[in-house]
Design a protein around this ligand. Structure first.
Ligand code: T4K
Length: 375
């Protein structure tokens, strides 16, 4: 079998608007020479995003990681925070950057999000918050996490890096918990090249966040917080404004690809994928599949490497687990508990290519490879 298109197919490819549409924005930036520090595009992007997502307050950032670090900081969290090992390393690193110990607990098997009962079992007198991830854009068990947080006096910070545009029970998923963050990285379904945001509930918290992302400055002559520089620049913000216009097209293309994968892979024994989320719309941001070696005939890693020989570059999001990285193993944050469900998911997952310009013929080609490789 040959890659009929003679090209590499990557897990992701950024969606970009027509460059001619972007030039007038760039010209305005060049003419005004306002490049950063809460410029006009930055302000417009925040307003448009808040309206688009249906959230009360949003503050945009240079990237999702700085948004997460700042979200943790603004809530004044300390001690220990319960989080998931099945995520991108930025989730736990953001805690460590705040001198907080990440306590890893296992995920549930249906959607690979944090298992609420495992959270409950790990609460100690040092626990101050829960940091769950809506991994692949699927909602965590929001109600149960809220109950556990309330009973134990804990804050909830949602890492919603994958969940742009997802509504749960008819409101933005970012409206749940005390605070949420988004990522607009190039590989995300909505991108500003690099970028991110914090969603919070009131304007006073937004003001504190805005101080924190600008070194702590409250005015020209005073600094009121130990802030950082994590501001989004005008080029990122202008791109974001333009990207919002094409969002529906992006989702629709991804929906078509997801449907084709689901249809084409469902009969292949030993390959499974996640069910559709309950009471939430999908943003189709990732398409993870799980390989059962005993049934499919070859291991996940053999399949991953065979796909590469055919020009198909999936990614093992999220392998290894965060607690298995060298820096975590050899640190005070090393994890003593068994995390069997997260481990099984991590050792069997491959995220398949999904992006708006992925041709449906390429999706067929990928599905054919899965059929051919099964034993
Ligand atoms: N929380 C969670 C749950 C996250 O998943 C992430 C980021 C964060 C927090 C932090 O948000 P940010 O600070 O990143 O805003 C990628 C991304 O770098 C990362 O943003 C993302 N999660 C993570 C899941 O994936 P890599 O190392 O896989 O990216 P990379 O560069 O290998 O890209 C994958 C493929 O995408 C490439 O093979 C080709 C294509 N690509 C990539 C880039 C960057 C392009 O075509 N163009 C590009 O510019 O981490």
């Amino acid at each position: 079998m040959k890659n009929n298109l003679e090209k590499s197919i990557y897990v992701s490819q950024p969606y970009l608007p027509d460059i001619d549409e972007f030039i007038p924005y760039l010209r305005q930036i060049w003419d005004s020479k306002e490049l950063t520090n809460n410029g006009p595009f930055h302000r417009e992007f925040e307003n448009k995003l808040a309206e688009f997502l249906g959230v009360p307050c949003i503050s945009v950032f240079a990237n999702g990681t700085l948004a997460l670090i700042t979200a943790i900081k603004v809530l004044g969290i300390s001690g220990e925070v319960i989080t998931t090992p099945y995520s991108f390393v930025a989730t736990a690193n953001s805690l460590v950057w705040n001198n907080i110990k990440p306590v890893f607990v296992d995920v549930e098997s249906e959607f690979c999000t944090l298992d609420p009962e495992k959270i409950l079992a790990s609460v100690t007198s040092k626990t101050s918050a829960i940091l769950p991830v809506h991994v692949y854009g699927n909602p965590c068990n929001i109600e149960r996490i809220a109950e556990i947080a309330e009973v134990n006096g804990l804050k909830v910070i949602y890492d919603a890096a994958h969940a742009f545009g997802v509504n749960y029970k008819e409101k933005s998923i970012c409206n749940y918990g005390d605070i949420s963050i988004l990522s607009f990285h190039a590989t995300k379904m909505f991108n500003t090249m690099e970028g991110g945001a914090i969603i919070c509930k009131d304007s006073q918290t937004k003001r504190q966040i805005d101080h924190l992302k600008n070194f702590g400055f409250v005015n020209e002559t005073d600094v009121v917080a130990f802030g950082i520089n994590s501001k989004m620049n005008e080029i990122q913000a202008a791109l974001g404004i333009l990207q919002l216009k094409n969002y529906d097209i992006v989702v629709e293309k991804r929906r078509g690809i997801t449907q084709k994968y689901r249809e084409g892979l469902k009969e292949i024994e030993g390959i499974t994928f996640l069910p559709e989320a309950k009471e939430a719309n999908s943003n189709y941001s990732y398409f993870p599949v799980f390989v059962d070696e005993k049934i499919y005939g070859i291991s996940r890693d053999q399949l991953y490497n065979k796909l590469i020989t055919k020009g198909i570059y999936g990614r093992r999001y999220f392998y290894p687990l965060i607690n298995e990285y060298t820096v975590y193993k050899n640190s005070p944050y090393s994890c003593k508990s068994e995390l069997p469900i997260a481990k099984r998911a991590s050792e069997s997952v491959i995220c398949l290519p999904i992006f708006p310009e992925l041709d449906l013929k390429d999706v067929d080609y990928i599905i054919n490879c899965f059929n051919d490789f099964s034993k």
